[in-house]
Design a protein around this ligand. Structure first.
Ligand code: CA
Length: 414
């Protein structure tokens, strides 16, 4: 029977973001990753509030079903707390958070999950994602509209359909009770890891680093090596056997490890209340927020908007191509006109002629033509002059070409 083991939690702000909106927790029985979003001060607050509420469920349970009920209730209670916080602090409107969590009860892993953070099980060298992403693109994949490969690079890949927050009073939470055994390694992570580090790389790290803390640190390092555009949080849980009775003291990382600061902020913002009232609700939502309410109409609207965007992209592309073709045509016309400003003297069969253009051809296009035929016969020229004419004599302009003809005519007569 699997009981205790080692665990580790690591969180990093990443290389681009100004603050860490992720929170992570590795406790006695409960493990959790939360990725907050929305509002300028909202994301970090949301994940921290959710974490602090949900870790109250970190205790031993008599059965997996008890734990499942407790964990689901804790997530719903966190959702209520977020809504209440927004009610008291309207400047936080639009904040939300993902939660991916596990409670271990004997040889069972009890999961509760909402959003696009992930839980993986690494067992016998293979890595399996056991949670589904509650994202817009995953719904497109599920409904057969796009492939998993297209989803990975889709412009809306971070848009979430389900989170904890202030929009839905009873959000749909995925729960599951799975078997677990000694040697299992559970990985909980925010999309700051899974969006930038491949499953193969994650599996390689999990098989290489035997210590939970080493593995977690290494995974964060992998994301940093990829540029870490997002906050990255990793919780690794190793399932041991009875002999391995050492478990870590509870560890909180990320935003939840810092004091909540929105109380002080809101007092200051209260001075700007009239401004807030003039721009209600939406004004506090960030453009880069990936928090979106779930509704079928909204889902359809997103699909329509993507179609419109695709059409706009195609039009932009066609106009671009047309402009490039026009530019090439104009350049060719100018180049041709430039060649036709040149003259040279050469042989045209048995006689000497003035040519307009340049000697070279451009593929099948001739860049020269006889401008003026003369009566000077090639056979009237001395051998040296004849070979010079055969090689052609370039002229600075038409007058120069005519002067060359006059000299040739004189030498022919002479
Ligand atoms: Ca994230």
């Amino acid at each position: 029977m699997a009981t205790t083991g080692r665990s580790a939690a690591v969180s990093h702000v990443g290389k681009i973001r100004a603050n860490n909106q992720d929170s992570g927790y590795a406790g006695q029985n409960l493990f959790l990753v939360a990725d907050g979003m929305g509002g300028h001060a909202g994301g970090d607050v949301a994940s921290a509030i959710a974490l602090k509420r949900i870790v109250e469920a970190d205790k031993p349970y008599a059965s997996a079903t008890d734990a499942e009920f407790a964990l689901q209730s804790a997530l719903l209670a966190a959702n209520t707390m977020l809504a209440e916080t927004v009610f008291d602090h309207p400047e936080l409107t639009g904040m939300g958070t993902t939660v991916s969590s596990i409670i271990r009860v004997g040889d069972k892993a009890v999961l509760a999950h909402i959003g696009d953070s992930r839980i993986y099980l690494f067992r016998d060298g293979s890595l399996d994602q056991v949670t589904a992403d509650h994202t817009f693109v995953q719904r497109l994949v599920d409904s057969g509209r796009i492939t998993q490969e297209e989803a990975a690079v889709h412009p809306r890949r971070s848009v979430l359909m389900r989170v904890l927050g202030d929009v839905d009073s009873s959000p749909e939470i995925d729960t599951a009770i799975l078997d677990t055994q000694p040697g299992d390694r559970w990985l909980l992570c925010s999309d700051g890891l899974s969006s930038y580090v491949s499953d193969d790389k994650i599996a390689a790290v999990l098989s290489t680093f035997s210590g939970a803390k080493d593995a977690a640190n290494r995974l964060v390092r992998e994301s940093l090596d990829q540029g870490a555009p997002d906050n990255v949080t990793v919780v690794v849980v190793d399932v041991g056997d009875n002999a391995d009775s050492a478990s870590n003291p509870p560890l909180t990382v990320g935003s939840a490890a810092l004091p909540l600061t929105y109380e002080a902020d809101s007092a200051r913002r209260a001075l700007r209340l009239p401004t807030l009232l003039l721009h209600p609700l939406k004004s506090t939502q960030h453009a880069d927020s990936h928090f979106e309410p779930e509704s079928e109409e909204y889902f359809d609207e997103l699909i329509l908007e993507d179609k419109r965007r695709a059409i706009r992209r195609r039009i932009t592309w066609l106009v671009g191509i047309a402009l490039i073709i026009a530019a090439i045509v104009v350049a060719l016309v100018f180049a041709y006109r430039w060649t036709q400003m040149h003259y040279y003297v050469g042989a045209n069969g048995e006689t000497v002629a003035i040519y307009q253009g340049v000697q070279q051809n451009l593929g099948p296009i001739s860049l020269h033509s006889v401008y003026q035929q003369t009566s000077i016969k090639m056979t009237d020229l001395n051998p040296y002059t004849r070979s010079t004419v055969e090689d052609t004599i370039s002229a600075d302009n038409l007058d120069d070409a005519r002067a060359i003809i006059e000299r040739l005519a004189a030498s022919a007569n002479g």
